[in-house]
Ligand binder design. Sequence first.
Ligand code: GDP
Length: 295
Amino acid sequence: MSGVSAMTIQWFPGHMAKARREVTEKLKLVDIIFELVDARIPVSSSNPMLKEIIQQKPRLILLNKADMADRHVTEEWIAHYAKQGLIALAVNSQAGKGMNQIMKASEEILKDKRLRDKAKGLRPRAIKAMIIGIPNVGKSTLINRLAKRNIAKTGNMPGVTRSQQWIKVGKELELLDTPGILWPKFEDPVTGYKLALTGAIKDTLLNMQDIAEFGLEFLHSRYPGRLMEQYQIAELPTDLLTLFKEIAISMGYITNENEPDYEKTAEKIVRDIRMQKFGNLSFDEPDDEPESVEI
Ligand code: GDP
């Protein structure tokens, strides 16, 4: 099954329309959107229609799971967004890093509106915000962090509605306790592989060997040294199939027929990437993006 059709299993057009409707409804209640993306794949983990859905609503981009991304690439992303007039922050919701900057950045983004309100004689009030992102990007973790208690059930499902409430984050910020859940991109298999390698989508949705092959190619071109070290390979072959074979042999993954066990090898490679055995990796880079494309 191709990556493209496999990923649509979770998101039928009906689900997408409902998710979009839910976000649109909540939009009216807030001053600002916190768009949560995975710092390792800021583009692949974003929703392709976000700008169209949120229209003119101000947004703060939060590069979550920054603890697992390549720090230099994350800095490049922040600069890239800045060039487009967007503020992006690197955060680690799990450890609660970067939380203080969220308030400051929100105030900066809403500065003009707040000045206008003041000129109109309106009393300053807390900024109202909502979190939007694809499944597994860390929305519930962030809500719980900001709330400093367990509010959002992590791993919640799109479309499961319950009454929503405001969470007070200090005096200046009120956050909707239910995030907006939108779908990831699924127009190209590469996005699917990146989502799979970062654990955003289940393995079963894509072919494991395809994911491993993509991961291997990525490591081969960007981090050959780490690849050689991890699998004890003295010289990297240029051909991917040979490399796959050498890793299988080096790991002792051999079938009863005395052939390299490609399945087991593929699983191992994917597992090692996810478990940070090659260190922090960023799979999307600003240089991959055409200059003209607005994010
Ligand atoms: P949601 O579906 O967007 O609500 O995502 P969750 O909040 O359930 O998070 C998905 C997984 O990512 C969970 O296992 C979290 O513990 C993990 N996670 C969330 N934020 C971070 C982070 O900043 N760093 C790391 N390392 N893991 C995170």
